[in-house]
Write a new protein. Structure first.
Ligand SMILES: [Zn+2]
Length: 278
């Protein structure tokens, strides 16, 4: 993984980012979104277009009709049409499952769907290659590293933890009360706190109360960027695309995204398409 020598800040000089990734599109997504919106948080929702009221009479799921309004301001991503174990399928079926899901979802959205979560979190090299060929930029697994590091491979994207993880609040406390620079002087990037799950797992009032307690703790903080998975992908890729002069005194940002960094402990914003001098 290429990283330049500068410390990657998030947009507007923030040192941390928080994102959510939720699968299957159960009807509980509606209440979850209400809470995300109430606290100014952002998430990504990985949907199976074959299991919706319009396609399979599944009334315990959200409908295709409502996805553009329900998930507005968040990200809709692929979870395949029928939720198979992709690693047991031939490449042709993997491609069909991914492309048809993209096509079905994109019919109801005004952007290309580029993100994904693997059904059951399982994959192999054939799956990764097929997804890449279908225009998928990142895909989430079910691995948890209990850390705030960046993904090494976008098509094997791990999480910090599942929301039901017993370490959720320990990780949240550290996330709000410390900072990457304080934790290690060798830090090269801002922190990424990545939480995943399924909203149907919130069954009782206590479950929802625990979630809201977490939201209260991590929301409305000046040093945190609240973003969807694809916004984080696009931003990190923009940072990695920076082009430096040989003596490292000038840097060009060839992308369409403003990039923020620390160069020798000083903050810089490198506007989209511009060249900056340190
Ligand atoms: Zn799933």
């Amino acid at each position: 993984m290429f990283m330049n020598n500068d410390f990657m800040l998030y947009p507007n000089f923030k040192t941390k980012a928080l994102t959510f990734s939720y699968d299957d599109g159960p009807k509980e997504d509606r209440h979850f979104i209400e809470l995300l919106n109430k606290y100014g948080l952002k998430g990504t929702f990985n949907l199976n277009s074959g299991f919706m009221p319009e396609t399979k009479n599944e009334n315990d799921r959200v409908s295709l009709e409502e996805i553009s309004s329900l998930y507005e301001g968040h990200e809709v991503a692929v979870h395949t049409v029928h939720h198979p174990f992709l690693e047991k399928m031939p490449a042709s079926v993997i491609v069909t499952e991914v492309l048809d899901d993209r096509r079905n979802l994109e019919k109801h959205l005004n952007y290309p769907v580029r993100g994904m979560a693997y059904p059951f979190g399982t994959y192999n090299d054939t799956v990764i290659e097929a997804c890449k060929n279908c225009g998928i930029k990142y895909s989430r697994t079910t691995e948890a590293h209990h850390n705030y590091i960046l993904p090494e491979k976008w098509l094997k994207m791990p999480s910090t933890c599942h929301h039901a993880d017993e370490r959720l609040f320990e990780l949240a406390d550290k996330f709000v009360n410390s900072s990457p620079k304080k934790e290690t002087r060798f830090a090269t990037h801002g922190w990424l706190f990545y939480v995943w799950g399924h909203t149907y797992e919130f069954r009782t009032d206590e479950d929802w109360a625990r979630l809201e307690k977490f939201f209260k703790l991590v929301s409305k903080r000046d040093d945190v960027w609240y973003a969807t998975n694809i916004e984080i992908y696009d931003y990190i890729e923009a940072f990695r695309a920076l082009e430096y002069s040989v003596d490292l005194s000038k840097v060009h940002n060839p992308t369409g995204i403003d990039v923020y960094l620390l160069h020798e402990e000083k903050q810089y914003k490198i506007p989209a398409g511009e060249t900056a001098k340190f």
